[in-house]
Design a protein around this ligand. Structure first.
Ligand code: MN
Length: 322
């Protein structure tokens, strides 16, 4: 039974709000959304937001400069709210609070979420954690600042309301956030499209060096550590590359690998219509959504790609047989 956020907050005096490793727009948006809702409606609650590494991309979200990147040793919160976190091993900096906080609550939309908190509000059909969050909030208590945060997460996770996770309900929520007179054009531009020059250069290079498999149904892009170092980029700067790969005529599945350390790769997959990439990511200890999923894999890039394409090919064959 889903409780409303106001109910979850009953009797709470201190709250830690945290997201997942390598926080994306939905993670930052939902964490800040909760924070701003508390700031505006529950000023008696002392709340802190903990996120791994604050991305400049989302600096426009009000109060985001106050985000903490390190936990306070020994601090015990009444409540830990984890947002957009699908499993225990994805918890970012606030991991220690899971054992010390008096109550833990997870608000999420990943189908792979295994319910690792005491209370779990997981809606796999929701476009984003921000969408789940909106439904847990009292509409009239959502300020313009809070609406900016929520809209950011929805824009990021739906690819600006384009991906198949976008529903009429998603659009109705987006509409009600627009009624708060948020700067929606700037949010889309800054949260989704804007890249640094170095990011664009690395994206261009990755596209140029990409390879096509399965008669053009699968595209693979690979970024090595030495390239990231050359452009002065980190894993947090890789956003958008896998989408651009997928955005190729005829491609059903895009695979993007970037090297975390020698022989270890972060894998992101995007699918067009036929392949459930989350089921493949899960085979390798990862997770995500049907059309967007990821995992971490060991070996050389060719081993990694071969392991994945086996399952992609199988699903493509099955769907063609239907
Ligand atoms: Mn999300």
């Amino acid at each position: 039974m889903m409780k409303k956020l106001d109910e979850i907050l009953e009797g709470v005096q201190t709250a830690a709000i945290a997201g997942h490793v390598n926080p994306d727009g939905d993670c930052v948006g939902s964490a800040m959304g909760v924070y701003l809702y508390l700031r505006d409606n529950f000023p008696q609650i002392q709340a802190d937001v903990y996120l791994e590494r604050k991305k400049a991309d989302f600096d426009f979200i009000p109060e985001s400069s106050g985000v903490k990147t390190e936990i306070e040793n020994g601090k015990i919160y009444d409540l830990l709210i984890l947002v957009d976190v699908s499993s225990l091993d994805r918890v970012g900096v606030a991991g220690e609070y899971i054992t010390t906080a008096k109550k833990t609550v997870c608000i999420d939309h990943h189908v792979t979420n295994d319910g690792f908190c005491e209370e779990n509000h997981v809606v796999p059909d929701a476009s984003s954690t921000c969408e789940v969050l909106y439904d847990l909030m009292e509409k009239e208590k959502i300020s313009q600042d809070c609406a900016i945060a929520l809209y950011t997460g929805m824009v990021t996770d739906t690819g600006v309301f384009q991906y198949s996770n976008t529903t009429p309900h998603t659009m109705r929520i987006a509409a009600s956030l627009l009624e708060k007179e948020i700067p929606f054009s700037d949010i889309v531009e800054q949260a989704f499209y804007r890249k640094t020059y170095a990011q664009n250069q690395l994206m261009g290079r990755t596209l140029m060096e990409s390879i096509m498999l399965m008669e053009g149904k699968c595209i693979v892009g690979i970024v090595r550590q030495k390239e990231m170092k050359f452009y002065g980029l980190t894993p947090a700067d890789m956003d958008g590359i896998v989408n651009q790969l997928r955005n190729t005529a005829g491609v059903e599945v895009a695979i993007f690998l970037y090297e975390l350390e020698p022989q270890t790769f972060k894998v992101s997959m995007r699918s067009d219509k036929k392949v459930d990439v989350s089921s493949i990511a899960r085979l390798f200890g990862g997770g995500g959504h049907i059309r967007a999923a990821g995992c971490t894999m060991n070996g050389n890039p060719f081993d990694v790609v071969n392991n994945l394409t086996l399952y992609i090919e199988r699903q493509l064959l099955e769907s063609d047989g239907e």
